[in-house]
Design a protein around this ligand. Structure first.
Ligand SMILES: O=c1nc[nH]c2c1ncn2[C@H]1C[C@H](O)[C@@H](COP(=O)(O)OP(=O)(O)OP(=O)(O)O)O1
Ligand SMILES: [Mg+2]
Length: 207
């Protein structure tokens, strides 16, 4: 059984266990209707754990447990990435690492284009594992996805990471061209978040 939130949460506070500003912004937007006070791992000065897992789920759980233990608060972690079909699912869990220490996603997108080398198959999907972990070690995890195709050159300067080269199925705009609300209508993160809400959040959202 998933544990309900905010039962037992001091003041309904929750840590967003991510050091990625784009994710912290999106998760904050998704949480906004739920009357939860959020604080980010960066604001609490929490360290960035090494992502030693071999799956999105393992890494989300590792990050959420580390932040919940260190802060004494429930913690929500996101491990996500882009899986390119013609590259056998790469970069996958290595999506952040492909951008290097300087977080150069222009370079990472160029690397994907180079490795595709004109391949006709442009299918890709984003995956997001979201874990809500508690200081006592309880955790619930939800997996979201969104299917699409890759476009070159990348389009748009909104969003973050690989957004400018990802065209979700049925859309004429890349994630990099969409505003936040449009991305939240279909994204892997919003998909996982909807499952989290259904399982863990009591009551209706504030309108
Ligand atoms: O909606 C997205 N739009 C574009 N790119 C995205 C998205 N979602 C994940 N991505 C890519 C970029 C990100 O850097 C990597 C996740 O790697 P991941 O380790 O989960 O996150 P991270 O290292 O950036 O921050 P942190 O681990 O502190 O949450 O996949
Ligand atoms: Mg990371």
């Amino acid at each position: 059984m998933a544990r309900r939130f905010p039962a037992g949460a001091p003041g309904g506070r929750l840590v967003i266990a991510s050091h990625n500003a784009g994710k912290v912004r999106e998760i904050g937007e998704l949480l906004a209707p739920w009357g939860v006070t959020v604080v980010s791992a960066g604001e609490l000065g929490l360290p960035e754990p090494e992502e030693t897992g071999t799956t999105f789920v393992a890494n989300a759980e590792l990050k959420a447990h580390a932040a919940a233990r260190a802060s004494g608060l429930p913690a929500l972690a996101d491990d996500s990435g882009l899986e390119v079909a013609a590259l056998g699912g790469a970069p996958g869990i290595y999506s952040a690492r492909w951008a290097g220490p300087g977080k150069d996603f222009g370079h990472a997108m160029g690397e994907i284009e180079r490795r595709l080398a004109g391949a006709a198959d442009r299918r890709a999907r984003f995956v997001c594992a979201l874990t809500l972990a508690w200081p006592d070690g309880h955790a619930d995890t939800f997996l979201g996805t969104v299917d699409g195709t890759l476009v070159f050159p990348p389009r748009g300067d909104r969003g973050f990471g690989y957004d400018p080269m990802f065209l979700p199925l049925g859309s004429s705009e890349t994630f990099g061209q969409m505003d936040g609300a449009a991305k939240h209508g279909i994204s892997h993160r919003a998909d996982a978040f909807a499952q989290l809400v259904a399982a863990c959040f009591a009551g209706p959202a504030a309108s």
